[in-house]
Design a protein around this ligand. Structure first.
Ligand code: ZN
Length: 318
């Protein structure tokens, strides 16, 4: 029997793979572009290639004991079927069965945000916690729940979809079809959209200049950089998103009373610029007992939350 496991964080742009000992010590990591446009079979092949490369780098041979894999949801965890993954172009993809056939070892598939929550719980900010809510704020907003030391999946594996809580009834359209979802007003995509709106009205000059004068090149990162340089309009855009996010976090605190909320994702690179606004909003809206019990922190593992969650899941699939 082999004495190592593999964790895979499968995203629309990259496949991130790690190999670890049965004690959870990571021996090697490999990151390659997903190249989803080349099709499902090719992506499977690329995953298998990262496993081989991770073995080579770690100097081990044989097959991993198990593979834990985080995939974009919604998905059927038991059967390992990804129902809809727009950024991979997949519908009802039988990921678990396909990979088990290709690589010949048991594969455990979970939602990527759930595994990021699990990664922070096992290795990161939530190491000593029992209940933890993880929220990732990047191009979209996702969430994962660890309740009583276990991933909480919900009746159809859909728990934790914090990004699609309505916070603004007549707000902007969300790609889920609803209006005014948290994701539609507080994600990096929303921040970039609002920045472009300012620019279209002749404002937002600092942001535009950092984007090389091209409105279409404006991202949340550009806004973050402008705010870091002291631009008030950019800071206003971040604060506005932070207020919406605070409304969402307060709802989560009132519903679940977790001891910890971990915020990750690309937007958190700018967290020091809007953290106070976020915290003020959460304090204002959450019940005092829920606010007082919850530690609000940024992810300790950065871009590796999902990867290490996949490793931990391979070691102990729930
Ligand atoms: Zn939505």
């Amino acid at each position: 029997m082999s004495d190592f496991v593999v964790g895979v964080d499968l995203g629309g742009t990259k496949i991130y793979t790690a190999l670890a000992t049965l004690d959870g010590e990571v021996l090697s990591e490999v990151k390659v572009p997903t190249m989803a446009a080349e099709g499902y079979e090719r992506v499977l092949q690329r995953i298998a290639e990262t496993v081989s490369e991770a073995k080579r780098l770690a100097g081990v041979s044989g097959k991993p004991r198990r593979i834990g894999l985080g995939a974009p949801g919604p998905l059927d965890v038991e059967r390992g079927i990804v129902h809809v993954a727009p950024n991979l172009g997949w519908r009802n993809a039988p990921l678990k069965a396909s990979l088990e056939k290709l690589i010949g070892v048991p594969v455990f598939v979970e939602n990527d945000a759930n595994l990021a929550a699990w990664g922070e719980f096992v290795y990161g900010a939530g190491k000593n916690a029992v209940d933890l809510v993880y929220i990732t704020v990047s191009t979209g907003i996702g969430g994962g729940l660890v309740m009583g030391g276990k991933i909480y999946q919900g009746a159809s594996y859909g728990a934790g979809e914090i990004g699609h809580i309505t916070v603004f009834p007549d707000g902007p359209e969300c790609h889920c079809g609803n209006r005014g979802c948290l994701e539609a007003v507080a994600s990096g995509t929303a921040v970039a959209r609002e920045a472009r709106r300012l620019i279209a009205h002749g404002a937002g000059r600092a942001v535009l200049s950092l984007a090389g004068g091209k409105p279409e090149a404006v991202t949340a990162r550009t806004v973050g950089l402008a705010a870091a340089q002291g631009d008030a309009e950019a800071k206003g855009l971040l604060d506005s998103a932070a207020r919406w996010l605070g409304i969402g976090v307060a709802a989560v605190l009132n519903l679940l009373n977790p001891e910890m909320v971990v915020l990750g994702g690309g937007m958190m690179k700018s967290a020091p610029l809007f953290w106070e606004t976020l915290e003020d909003e959460v304090r204002r809206r959450a019940l005092p007992s829920a606010f007082g019990a919850a530690r609000l922190v940024t992810a300790a593992l950065g871009g590796r939350s999902g990867l290490l969650g996949a490793v931990a899941y391979a070691l102990r699939p729930e």
